[in-house]
Write a protein that binds this ligand. Structure first.
Ligand SMILES: [Mg+2]
Length: 239
């Protein structure tokens, strides 16, 4: 199958989101608690999505969202974090995020997409200013037109809602299974893409649990290397 267009998630798909988390954890909590930071990170992603839902529903503030996801995560290990400590962690996390870089395999993959002249897009969940800041930092304008970068925050609807995917269809002037969505979060990326009839490539680096939902990915890969190779295979007609 040849992809008509390729659309990518950003966080944890094109770069390692856990890197800045590890740095912030070592800086703020590392000397006090001996917690499994990779597990902590995984759980923090779930709590972050839960808090994002409350934020979207207008039930909590931006600052509450940042505080709660830290508090809920450490509470799972029986550690109580004050509002002030959570904000100190958030600050350290934001600082570390200013030093993120694309996976080398993601660079190779996007270069191959550009050489094949396949239309490209980005759909990223989160606050628009924050997500666009990261996209700039990662140098994604090299491969993606600014008009083809969608942050859910600017639509007020987050993946797996259909709105961000349908906005991308309008930008691409295309729809259907010829559009491939590449992302790491099953609940938002696989489910969202399949609901609008796209094909789904799931990057499962962290060995996540598969939720019991009717939607399933068309291709599953387990590393940036495998993702790069799988995407390249979508750029060529099958032999
Ligand atoms: Mg992601």
């Amino acid at each position: 199958m040849v992809a008509k267009a390729l659309v990518f998630d950003v966080d944890d798909t094109l770069y390692d989101l856990a890197g800045p988390y590890r740095v912030a954890y070592a800086e703020v909590f590392g000397s006090r608690y001996d917690l499994p930071v990779e597990e902590l990170f995984k759980v923090s992603r779930v709590h972050s999505d839960e808090a994002l839902e409350l934020l979207t529903a207008g039930k909590i503030s931006e600052e509450d969202h940042k505080v709660l996801r830290v508090q809920w995560t450490l509470a799972d290990w029986g550690v109580h974090v004050s509002r002030e400590e959570a904000l100190v962690f958030q600050e350290a996390y934001a600082r570390a995020q200013r030093h993120i870089a694309l996976y080398p395999e993601a660079v190779e993959m996007l270069d191959a997409c550009a050489s094949a002249s396949v239309p490209l897009g980005i759909i990223s969940n989160g606050d628009a200013a924050h997500q666009f800041g990261k996209m700039r930092l990662l140098g994604l304008e090299r491969w993606f037109a600014r008009s083809h970068m969608v942050a859910s925050g600017e639509l007020g609807a987050h993946k797996p809602a259909t709105a961000p995917f349908m906005a991308m269809e309008r930008l691409l002037g295309a729809s259907g299974a010829g559009i491939w969505y590449v992302g790491d979060t099953y609940e938002t990326d696989v489910v969202g893409a399949k609901r609008v009839g796209w094909s789904s490539l799931w990057l499962d680096i962290r060995g996540r649990e598969v939720p019991s939902v009717p939607e399933s990915p068309d291709v599953v890969v387990h590393s940036p290397r495998e993702m790069c190779d799988a995407v390249k295979s979508l750029l060529r007609p099958c032999a």
